[in-house]
Design a binder for this molecule. Structure first.
Ligand SMILES: *Cc1c(COP(=O)(O)O)cnc(C)c1O
Length: 428
């Protein structure tokens, strides 16, 4: 699979595993912590990173590697590093190249978990996070950077506000500041958007969402785009100077374009753990085999549901980037040409109580759950659940209005989804 360039659909079904004569056709689960070597010298070469191979599954495992290779191929990057969760991927993506006393730029619409990580944990570690608006211009972003700024972090399609990233502004600013742009691409998945094509340098995923797609495994992934020149930037000694914690390896010399990914694996996975298990990699990889089919169906169903809601007399407003009424319509057509995935939010006319009543009326196959990216349709009232700890002002600042209902539109028949919704509306 390595030499030829295949389309995304083929990569979803095939990439990462290339069985040899008499080997199993389906990716085997290598449920082993340990690997055998004939001589100490053989193992020593693997340990010194001068030769590829597995030594201990905290740092790498053949089943996990299949998933890493597939997502890297889908994103067009040079190396994938799987983690135990999306949160671990976001955390590692930052601390791989940022130390105490330095700062990073992030958009203020990042996922709630990421926001907490950035505003509390990173701060406690001595890393300052400077927030900019997701609508900031290149100049505004650059105005927040100084000589200690190490990276810019943003979401391609934000969770849950569904803002579409203006790559031109953010990648332009990163390039000018000679720092990488890291993009959380969880919501579009690599099938609907490839951030590296639009100037991003590192991509992170929560594979727990669409990439798995079946709601079975928590997981994360970091993709090194191989398109950032660490040496000429001059700001990243952890990649361009000897790593004392790993007998003096210089990642940019030993691993070239994959320096960032190699450090993530040999340094962070080794020292922090947060490794993906082989079984989770196996299940997640089965998810990826239908990613292209699911993303198409999620996107088509969600657009139809959004249009239905927009014409409904009991609906106040609808947020979906592919609606002509969305302020992100043009950016969505530019960066999400194949679709905008399955999350739709809307306001129920009459306020929070009626929004809750709407959910209680559902009763059919649409269940109440916090998850998104799952192939089953689910609904949530954030103001009384996930966001209930926030004050009314904080909710407003985060665009979580009291009457907001979030739908995770699944891959069922869209007429069935709409008639379930209609039944719930009839009761309010
Ligand atoms: C869910 C999510 C995460 C966190 O991922 P987990 O796998 O739940 O740890 C990060 N970013 C985005 C955009 C998410 O939706």
């Amino acid at each position: 699979m390595k030499e030829r360039k295949y389309s995304a659909e083929t990569l979803c079904a095939q990439a990462g595993y290339d069985p040899k004569n008499k080997e199993p056709r389906i990716t085997p689960i290598v449920q082993s912590t340990t690997y055998n070597y004939d001589t100490s010298e053989d193992l020593a070469r693997v340990f010194s990173l001068s030769e590829g191979g597995y030594m201990y599954s905290r740092l790498g495992n053949p089943t996990v590697a299949v998933l890493e290779e597939k997502i890297a191929a889908l994103e067009g990057g040079v190396k994938g590093v799987a983690t135990s969760s999306g949160m671990a991927a976001s955390f590692f993506s930052v601390i791989n190249i940022t130390r105490a006393g330095q700062n990073i730029i992030a958009t203020s619409n990042v996922y709630g978990g990421t926001m907490t990580l950035f505003t509390f944990e990173l701060k406690n570690m001595g890393i300052e996070v400077r927030f900019v608006s997701e609508r900031a211009s290149k100049e505004e972003i650059l105005a927040s950077c100084d000589e200690n700024t190490r990276l810019i972090f943003a979401e391609s399609l934000s969770n849950p506000s569904l803002d579409v990233l203006d790559f031109e502004e953010f990648a332009g600013a990163a390039k000018e500041a000679k720092i990488p742009l890291i993009v959380d691409n969880t919501f579009p998945s690599p099938f609907l958007c490839r951030p590296l094509d639009h100037g991003a340098n590192i991509v992170v995923h929560s594979t727990s969402k669409y990439i798995d797609g079946h709601g079975s495994c928590i997981g994360g992934m970091i993709i090194d785009g191989g398109n950032f020149d660490w040496k000429s930037s001059g700001k990243f000694p952890e990649l361009t100077e000897p790593d004392e914690s790993y007998h003096g390896v210089v990642y940019a010399d030993s691993f070239g374009k994959a320096a960032y990914g190699a450090k993530c694996q040999a340094g962070l996975l080794r020292n922090f753990g947060s490794t993906m298990s082989p079984f989770n990699a196996f299940l997640t990889n089965i998810g990826t085999e239908t990613l292209h089919l699911r993303m198409e169906r999620h996107s088509n169903n969600a657009l139809k549901v959004a249009e239905y809601l927009e014409n409904h007399t009991k609906v106040d407003w609808v947020n979906y980037p592919k609606l002509k009424s969305s302020k992100y319509y043009d950016l969505a057509n530019k960066y999400l040409p194949k679709g905008a995935a399955g999350v739709v939010s809307f306001g129920v006319k009459g306020g929070a109580d009626l929004a809750k009543k709407f959910l209680d009326n559902l009763g059919g196959f649409i269940t109440i759950a916090t998850h998104v990216g799952d192939l089953k349709t689910m609904a949530l009232h954030p103001a009384s659940t996930t966001h209930s700890q926030l004050s009314e002002e904080e909710m407003k600042a985060g665009n979580v209005l009291p009457n907001l209902v979030r739908l995770n539109i699944g891959i069922e028949n869209v007429d069935d989804i709409i008639s379930e919704l209609e039944r719930a509306f009839e009761g309010i």
